[in-house]
Design a protein around this ligand. Structure first.
Ligand code: MN
Length: 228
């Protein structure tokens, strides 16, 4: 009846704070090394080199607050990040117009199988096996930009079991959100539903089963994720 060979997978959709609506996810882009102190801790020069990106799969995003420890890794790291989500897209978006594409923000984690990512880096291979695995993107509810205002400053923090592990400020991003959107739009056709993870400050580290991670950004509250 539908014309599909089998039932299509469900649309990946995230709750929107203060509304009954769900935000339907189209693509997920992640920027690498966007805070100088994190670039240094990973052994890189924090100079403003051109940005680089990798992707997660839309259905890697998970608002459940649970993170199942993935197989084939003994070194799974948290990376606390601000996610920016789009209501419009296009190509060659000028920096000055980029914020017009933004629907809102969310608290997110770019969970990483660091050992597998490290092997991939060493061998010049792609990063998906370290980055784009099942439920690798815990994400809190979407906050609409009309409720939050534009977030350019503000503390970004991650605690594990109540202890502060990552700390930074949104104003420390090497590439600012409008620049990220503009740059991505030169290489990809951006669209409504796209989610962009904007990088992580210093302090990334490993978790174990039973740990409770809590990410917060000034203006977005907190989001807790338990490793199961
Ligand atoms: Mn990251």
């Amino acid at each position: 009846m539908t014309g599909y060979a089998f039932a299509p997978p469900p649309v990946v959709a995230l709750p929107v704070k203060g509304t009954p609506d769900l935000f339907p996810v189209r693509r997920v882009y992640c920027i690498g090394r966007n805070y100088a102190a994190h670039a240094i801790e990973m052994g890189h020069d924090p100079d403003r080199e051109p940005p680089f990106f990798f992707q997660k799969n839309p259905d890697n995003l998970d608002p459940s607050g649970q993170f199942p420890y993935p197989p084939h890794s003994n070194d799974v790291h948290f990376e606390a990040e601000l996610a920016v989500v789009l209501k419009a897209g296009g190509t060659n978006i000028p920096v000055k117009d980029a914020m017009g594409c933004v629907y809102g923000y969310a608290l997110a984690l770019d969970m990483t199988r660091r050992d597998l990512q490290g092997q991939a880096k060493k061998m010049g291979r792609p990063w998906e096996i370290g980055k784009a695995f099942e439920r690798s993107g815990p994400i809190g509810p979407i906050h609409r930009i009309e409720d939050t205002g534009i977030l350019e400053n503000g503390r970004l923090e991650l605690t594990v079991n109540g202890e502060i592990r990552q700390q930074g400020d949104l104003n420390q991003m090497i590439w600012k959100i409008p620049e990220i959107i503009s740059y991505l739009s030169e290489y990809f056709v951006l669209g409504a539903g796209d989610v962009i993870l904007t990088g992580t400050p210093a302090g990334v580290g490993a978790v174990e089963r039973g740990d409770r991670m809590e990410i917060s950004v000034e203006g977005l509250g907190r989001f807790s994720v338990v490793v199961t």
